[in-house]
Design a protein around this ligand. Structure first.
Ligand code: TYC
Length: 113
């Protein structure tokens, strides 16, 4: 004779054994660090050369390049773009090399954002 509730043979139910409870794992998305490329003012580099640099290496329009050049001229420096480390490094090298080849003291640097 059987008395009381009928129990399953395996996998007793209880806290932590409810097959209807799903566990969500928070996946932390890692964004790559970004770097600001800065152009610095000096007293000798011609304004038109700086405008040309901004058009050539940063894909800016002539008007946009002129505005940024004037900002650098007046304020001492300006951020000309934000890129991944490798792209920022390449832009800085391209500008520095182009300025050196034209014998202008124009300086371009990068810093972590
Ligand atoms: N100050 C320079 C001049 O008067 C122009 C200039 C602008 C130079 C921006 C560098 O990053 C620069 N000829």
């Amino acid at each position: 004779m059987t008395t009381g509730p009928i129990m399953m043979a395996d996998t007793p139910q209880g806290p932590g054994n409810d097959s209807s409870v799903l566990t969500k794992t928070k996946s932390k998305t890692q964004r790559p660090p970004l770097y600001k490329v800065l152009l610095l003012n000096d007293d000798y580099t011609p304004m038109e050369f700086v405008v040309h640099v901004l058009e050539r290496f940063f894909g800016m329009s002539h008007a946009q390049s002129f505005d940024i050049m004037l900002t650098v001229h007046k304020k001492g420096l300006a951020v000309v773009g934000v890129f991944s480390f490798e792209v920022a490094e390449t832009k800085v090298a391209q500008v520095m090399d182009f300025a050196r080849r034209h014998q202008h003291p124009l300086q371009c640097t990068m810093e972590k954002e």
